[in-house]
Design a protein around this ligand. Structure first.
Ligand SMILES: Cc1ncc(COP(=O)(O)O)c(C=O)c1O
Length: 386
């Protein structure tokens, strides 16, 4: 009998070893892992560069307080700002902490320029920004909020894809629009580039901030470092987590110089955020993701994977409704509930995970190879056939 609370509906399986795209049970049964901790193990299991980084750093220094300079964190922040829109970074430990920090940065910016009443955050109804009290209220999902006491104020919502409603919901109290460029938990719903461009324009016109939550779709997952890069826009604030740690808990909020000025000493902090051990791993992930040809490979593998998935969809139109996603954050939307299908994939040694709207989420490591993609395609076809 487990002593863990029952807040997860766990599958009755556990693993003792991971290597690249594969997980192994105690008995040695091998599974193709296209969950990868839900887009966390960006470089697969036990990646040698990350293992080395952790061994090296763990022998030197694990943790010091943020009241001292942490060179490994300085280094990672520099890498992130050199490669993105951002001028400044605050490190955290998880996605929810990163999105909460993003909200704080946006509000504090308007406070710092003498507009403290400009503090409301406009989000997509039923989006996902984490499980903390504020983050569930940001998502506006009844299922996530229910039973957790008084609602946290300061959030407004509009329906996915409804620009008219979005515009209508902006008031003189709105500080920022916060959206996921690809709604992960929400069913791998990609916000089209023209739409992101339009939202950026609206933010500029209304003089409000744009927060893009890249926790799930960032760090090379779409074939660009950040998914919004496809729209050639610049956000003001971007929370990240998952992939940047490659399996080690890291979160961060990236921001422009303009808004960072508000984050003066004492405005935010974290005991563990930015510790040397985490930062050493983050630096190693960045080195791998920016190696020549790495993102190009993500794109070519993605192109192949998506086109083959669409061929399967064509063959089984009564089962598969739509292939969704970008890069290696993919969704197979079924016409019916996906539970049984996911179970059958697992019986055939392919691990995937659900998302909303009957979607099966497919999240291979970014360094997956064609042979492994073919293995997955074969299993998906077999389950469709059965
Ligand atoms: C877009 C997005 N934001 C925030 C989070 C929360 O991250 P964490 O579970 O690390 O708190 C997630 C997690 O799935 C996410 O997908």
């Amino acid at each position: 009998m487990s002593s863990l609370a029952k807040n997860y509906k766990r599958r009755n399986i556990s693993f003792t070893k991971g290597k690249g795209s594969f997980l192994y049970t105690k008995k040695g049964t091998k599974y193709l892992d296209f969950v990868q901790g839900i887009a966390v193990n960006s470089l697969g299991h036990a990646n040698p560069s990350l293992v080395n980084a952790i061994i090296r750093q763990s022998k030197k220094l694990w943790h010091v307080s943020n009241s001292f300079v942490i060179p490994e964190g300085e280094q990672l922040a520099k890498k992130l700002t050199n490669k993105t829109f951002a001028d400044a970074v605050i490190f955290q430990n998880s996605g929810a902490e990163a999105t909460e920090a993003a909200i704080k940065v946006a509000r504090r910016y308007f406070y710092s320029i003498g507009k403290p009443k400009k503090n409301r955050i406009l989000c997509i109804k039923n989006s996902f920004h984490g499980r903390t009290i504020a983050a569930i209220n940001a998502s506006g999902s009844k299922k996530m909020i229910e039973g957790f006491g008084p609602k946290v104020g300061g959030f407004d919502h509009f329906k996915f894809g409804n620009h008219k409603e979005l515009k209508k919901k902006i008031t003189n109290k709105t500080a920022a629009i916060m959206i996921e460029p690809i709604m992960g938990e929400g069913g791998i719903k990609v916000i089209p580039t023209w739409c992101l461009k339009e939202i950026r324009k609206i933010c500029n016109k209304k003089k409000i901030l744009l927060i893009l939550d890249e926790v799930q779709c960032g760090i090379g997952r779409t074939g660009r470092f950040f998914s919004y890069e496809y729209a050639s826009i610049k956000p003001d604030i971007v929370p990240i987590a998952k992939g940047i740690g490659g399996g080690f808990p890291i979160g961060a909020v990236l921001m422009t110089k303009k808004v960072s000025k508000a984050m003066v000493p004492g405005t935010h902090g974290s005991t563990f955020g930015g510790n040397p051990l985490a930062m050493a791993v983050g630096n190693a992930v960045m080195n791998e993701v920016f190696k020549k040809g790495f993102l190009k490979k993500v794109n070519s593998n993605s192109k192949y994977f998506i086109s083959e998935l669409n061929k399967i969809k064509k063959k089984f139109p009564k089962i598969i409704k739509e292939i969704r996603g970008k890069g290696l954050i993919l969704g197979i939307q079924l016409h019916h509930d996906q539970t049984k299908f996911i179970e059958n994939l697992m019986k055939n040694k392919l691990l995937t995970i659900r998302a909303a709207e009957n979607v099966i989420r497919v999240l291979p490591p970014l360094n997956v190879n064609k042979k492994e993609i073919n293995m997955a395609l074969k299993i998906i076809t077999k389950v469709c056939n059965s």
